[in-house]
Ligand binder design. Structure first.
Ligand code: FPP
Length: 249
């Protein structure tokens, strides 16, 4: 069966989708496989979702690949996730570059092996002029850590207290210049934010699905976007319909 097209008006397509790719471990255990096999399957799925993101015309995608808390996992899993990042750069970078994907990293690079840090920096440099899709990889990322670092830099820059506004704080975050996520997708059913984009998610819409990440396919992605397009985003105000009713009776 051919893929169903995305049937929403262009102005209802989110500008920025962020994904918590959860459930790789459980996907693997369910199949009697080691957890790392789940992360490998999750990486394969990422290719499909990237392709669909470009197809749907979404200009920014952020993926949560490794959190500051993930260092607490068994060493072989941590090493495996590092290797996946390296493999993605080694094997996929040329194609990503050809497809017009601009790679960015959010999080702390310092704790990664120097060789891996260099690969990440080189990939960012190589793709910096691309503009079809901005792919932010959150790797060794923590939302609180990001805010703490922003505060430290604001203080170091000697910004007077009365000049500290929400806009200024946003400019000190890793995501400076990137619009806040409109839609955050979390797979595997957990109802938590898990320290992901905690500042930027202030007005994001959520789509949570029980599907494990390796099984979250284009079809479900399309449904998530169509559900998003139906939402009435009020950003703390009231909806247009309510205003019209109040004004016109
Ligand atoms: C959460 O599932 C997933 C992660 C911690 C890693 C996600 C990484 C990938 C999908 C690989 C792509 C990576 C890069 C660098 C592009 P979990 O292990 O917490 O699953 P569980 O909750 O079922 O145990």
């Amino acid at each position: 069966m051919p893929d169903s097209p995305l049937s929403i008006p262009p102005d209802r397509v989110p500008q920025h989708v962020a994904i918590i790719m959860d459930g790789n471990g459980r996907w693997a255990i369910q199949r009697g496989l080691p957890r790392l096999a789940g992360h490998r399957a999750g990486t394969e799925n990422l290719r499909r979702i990237l392709r669909a993101t470009v197809e749907f015309g979404i200009p920014y995608l952020t993926i949560y690949a490794f959190s500051t808390e993930n260092w607490g996992r068994p060493p072989e899993e941590v090493e495996g996730l590092m290797r996946i990042l390296e493999d993605v750069i080694d094997k996929e970078l040329d194609e990503l570059n050809r497809e017009g994907v601009q790679l960015r990293h959010i999080g702390r690079l310092e704790r990664l092996a120097p060789r891996l840090q260099q690969k990440v920096l080189d990939a960012i440099e190589l793709t910096r002029e691309n503009n079809r899709l901005v792919l932010n990889i959150a790797f060794n990322y923590g939302g609180r850590d990001e805010i703490v670092q922003a505060i430290q830099r604001i203080i170091r820059d000697g910004i007077p207290a009365e000049e500290v506004t929400a806009e200024l704080v946003s400019r000190y975050l890793y995501t400076a210049g990137v619009p806040d996520p409109d839609l955050i997708i979390r797979t595997s059913g957990e109802l938590r934010i898990s320290n992901f984009l905690i500042w930027q998610a202030a007005y994001a819409e959520w789509y949570v699905t029980p599907t494990y990440w390796p099984d979250f396919d284009r079809e479900e992605y399309r449904r998530a976007l169509e559900a998003f397009a139906q939402r009435n985003r009020r950003f703390g105000g009231v909806s247009e319909a309510v205003v019209n009713r109040a004004v016109h009776g």
